[in-house]
Design a protein around this ligand. Structure first.
Ligand code: SF4
Length: 352
């Protein structure tokens, strides 16, 4: 395996679902969030211990993403941020577009040293966005939050779901994200878990066309473009770069660093302390209540398997792009029950 594409000592990004409580009812919610916190949620003391445990990854520490549910529903959120910052973590927060995300909260996040927040926009107008989010007024609140972030000097990324329901709206959402001065546009390609089972994934052909459009957009002014659960964007970016006669990938597109995918460069800690390879792959390596999160990431059989591209099945296993891509392990699992199977959202036919 290409050593530079293996992240076996520390993740680049550690996601912690600090709560599943949320006042929205999004149709595609991975967490199947509810208004009230789950009693199984990690306590404030357990949360502080988790942060100290993650700090044992050492330098360079993973980027810590506090997600939910809605992190603003957690009473000790700012205490957790304070501890994380003191331990040396760069921290991002993924709040929900509810009345809790008001100007005071945004300026507090900025003052607490949060590097960036994410704001979800799944439609370019209120009817489409609020229709998916399940709560009227969410679209307008999200736009107000984006403007407040700009005023506070807090960078934000726009997160957008990619499914049959949003596909035709994506160009307009990109224009909106650019107009709002988002630093990044992060497209999440539907994995049918949680409430997301009621939505329809796009086809592999449509995905290929969308990647080409995204690479066109990446060459224009506007936010940087990244993908989640679609690492084959890197393949398409490399194919285009090769056609253009230069081997290096476009710098403003193609997502996170080559090789990063579920369990390899990414770990996800659930509200109840379970350690998963991603938020969309609900297989658990163990629980931080009883095990060291660093050991679970480095040494668990589950994470070890997901770093072995030679074990991947189907086209992903023999693909010449498997080290830089490797396919979505979450989608492979959601589609077949096997996290090592091929990613059905990719239509590439490997040369060998
Ligand atoms: S076949 Fe698998 S490894 Fe190859 S580009 Fe497609 S998703 Fe990635």
């Amino acid at each position: 395996m290409t050593a530079s594409h293996v992240f076996d000592q520390a993740p680049r990004r550690a996601y912690w679902e600090v709560t599943r409580a949320c006042d929205l009812a999004c149709r595609h919610c991975r967490a199947e969030a509810a208004p009230e916190a789950d009693p199984a949620e990690l306590t404030p003391e357990e949360g502080q211990r988790l942060l100290r445990g993650l700090a044992r990854f050492g330098s360079p520490l993973p980027h810590l993403v506090l997600t939910g549910g809605d992190p603003l529903k957690r009473a000790d959120l700012f205490s957790l941020i304070e501890t994380a910052r003191a331990l040396g973590f760069a921290v991002s927060v993924a709040p929900s577009g509810t009345p809790l995300l008001n100007a005071r909260a945004i300026w507090r996040l900025k003052a607490a040293g949060v590097e960036a927040i994410s704001l979800s926009l799944d439609g370019a107008d209120a009817a489409r966005h609020d229709g998916l989010r399940g709560v009227p007024g969410c679209f307008e609140r999200t736009l107000a939050a984006a403007r407040e972030c700009a005023a506070a000097g807090l960078p934000f990324q726009v997160n957008t779901l990619v499914s049959e329901e949003t596909l035709d709206d994506l160009p307009a959402i990109h224009r909106l994200a650019a107009a709002l001065d988002a630093a990044r546009w992060s497209l999440f390609f539907l994995v049918a878990v949680g409430r997301g089972r009621v939505l329809r994934p796009i086809t592999a052909e449509a995905c290929e066309r969308l990647f080409e459009q995204l690479l066109d957009l990446a060459g224009t002014p506007g936010p940087a473009i990244t993908t989640t659960e679609a690492p084959h964007f890197r393949r398409v970016a490399r194919e285009r770069a090769r056609r253009a006669g230069h081997e290096e990938r476009p710098q403003r597109a193609a997502g996170h660093a080559a090789g990063i995918r579920d369990g390899n460069g990414i770990m996800f800690i659930s509200h109840a302390g379970e350690v998963h390879p991603s938020g969309f792959l609900p297989l658990s390596a163990g629980n931080v209540r009883t095990a060291d999160p660093v050991a679970l990431y480095r040494d668990s059989g589950l994470f070890g398997l997901l770093r072995r591209v030679d074990l991947f099945g189907g086209r992903c296993g023999r693909c010449e792009y498997r080290h830089v891509c490797g396919g979505s392990r979450s989608r492979a699992w959601a589609s077949t029950g096997d996290p090592l199977a091929e990613d059905p959202l990719c239509l590439y036919e490997p040369r060998s």
